[in-house]
Design a protein around this ligand. Sequence first.
Ligand SMILES: [Fe+2]
Length: 168
Amino acid sequence: MLNDQLKVALNDQMNFEFYAAHSYLAMAAYCSAESLDGFANFFLVQAEEERFHAMKFYNFINAMGERATIQQLKEPNNSFSSVLDAFEKALEQEKEVTKSIYHLSDLALDSREHATITFLKWFIEEQVEEEDMFDSIIQKLKRIDDDSNAFFMLDDEFAKRSFTPEGE
Ligand SMILES: [Fe+2]
């Protein structure tokens, strides 16, 4: 049985994950418009991952005998000055998600809600990976700087990324 505060927080997190998907889609659209199909693919896969995260919350809320409420998504940022800028905004967003997952975990711990505590462990590990991934791409892009060969090699590499739901 989930208490009201936890119910609301889980539902908010589900909607936040849907919003994250929305926001990555905006980053993909920017890259597509710049004819950077590999980077666009990277963000499209990322958007799928976020939708998968949202559905994990959706399924958990249902499994706990509650009802998920789907909310309106706010408009994501659609303006980027460069691919590096998009990745820096992506990392910022992931840090916000991490904060939100930690807050949710604190609530679950305070309520001694063990099912939720266990459910959230996967997300805590996932956030470490997400932040690390974006951080290393940012470092790479900074090192590449104006080496266009290296930049297009990275674009090629990201064209191969595909969605694989982990931990299922
Ligand atoms: Fe996520």
